[in-house]
Write a protein that binds this ligand. Structure first.
Ligand SMILES: [Zn+2]
Length: 81
């Protein structure tokens, strides 16, 4: 898995919709790639903040994950400069 593929799959991953195989590939990539690890960690923090303020079961609204995904893409582009 490369960074592009990671990002493609990442949106499903944070939505909890990845297959086991994809999830393993993502975790493998995070272990190898510092940039994506940073992205992953900051996303987890963002999600935790959202989760902390919501009393409902953790489910990311489509709009939020779309915005998050857009932000991640921008971030990754910046990191790749
Ligand atoms: Zn990467």
């Amino acid at each position: 898995m490369d960074c592009r593929k990671f990002l493609e799959e990442f949106s499903d991953f944070i939505d909890g919709q990845s297959t086991i195989g994809v999830r393993e590939a993502i975790e493998e990539h995070i272990a190898l790639c510092k940039k994506c690890e940073v992205l992953y960690n900051s996303t987890q923090r963002t999600l935790k903040i959202i989760g902390d303020h919501s009393e409902q079961t953790f489910e990311l609204p489509a709009e939020v994950s779309a915005r998050l995904y857009a932000r991640l893409r921008t971030r990754l582009k910046e990191l790749q400069k």
